[in-house]
Design a protein around this ligand. Sequence first.
Ligand SMILES: C[S@@+](CC[C@H](N)C(=O)[O-])C[C@H]1O[C@@H](n2cnc3c(N)ncnc32)[C@H](O)[C@@H]1O
Length: 333
Amino acid sequence: MRSFRDFMESALYDPERGYYSIREKAADFYTAPELHSAFGAVLADRLALLLERVAKLEPRGLLRIAEAGCGDGTLACQVARRLREKHPALAARVSFVLVERGRKDLTTAVRRLTAFGVPVTACTEISKLPRFSGVLYSNELLDALPVHLLEAREGKVQEVFVDAENREVCGPLSRPELAPHAAALAGRLQEGERHAVSLEAKAWIAAAAARIEEGFVVTIDYGKRFAPGTANPPRAFHRHAVETELTREPGARDLTASVDFEALIGAGYSAKLGLESFESLSKFLIEGGMLGFLEAAAGDDSAAYRERAKLKTLIHPEGMGEVFKVLIQRKAK
Ligand SMILES: C[S@@+](CC[C@H](N)C(=O)[O-])C[C@H]1O[C@@H](n2cnc3c(N)ncnc32)[C@H](O)[C@@H]1O
């Protein structure tokens, strides 16, 4: 029997049968940069503002942009293109570092970015990043980290395990770090309600803080600042529909859990990352100029209509606009 966390790790990342080893792009879900390149352009403009601030503190040093969980490099290419077009002086001072645990995707991402003429290095885990000054960003990385799963069962908060036949079974906590989470949920979760605990997301923020000398961590993902004791059940995504059965056909569907930004902000403070801002994706994109992209997509033909529909999905509250959040944390020397 293994913990749900270990089941999820192998269902997503088994080198042969894991979801991310065999994922057919956009078959089950779109990420924002897969939907429209305006997402990367607005992000690049914000990264440029943050990098200008770092540049004032590091006037002669090389600045870095790191993307963690970069997949095949779609977003990194959007960011690099916008920097070159709109922020050329800054672009000339910046090198990229790509972090991606999937080696095939990482190779593709490096090839695509190199074709742009951008200096790029790469690694498969954040602990291997060289220390740098600049910005480290991620989009939909933290929701893809395996989570421990707690459930209210028979009046107690227990952990969910998965047996050899892929059936879910409750049992005592597998890790002492889960005890404070179970205590916070006790008496608050209804019988059968569940809460995903991402010990890995908190460790990731601490690791990110340790790699940055001067700069910012920008985390874009879906989730919210969960109040203590709130349920947060993980979900399976298959062909753009949400499924509640998590352990059926491991590797055939995406498994994911909303990010607990309250936990990330807290983990950040413990790692000397101050809170710079926390806002909805909608606010982030609109204040960053997304309406200009909508205006530029004016027209009556079906291509213009499709273009506007994609842009609206990014900002609409019932699309990605309110569910997704943007957290910016600052590390100072
Ligand atoms: C949902 S995809 C997002 C890809 C891309 N950021 C985008 O927005 O299209 C999550 C990516 O994170 C990668 N990943 C998961 N855990 C990771 C880790 N610990 N370090 C680096 N990459 C990781 C996965 O392999 C996958 O490519």
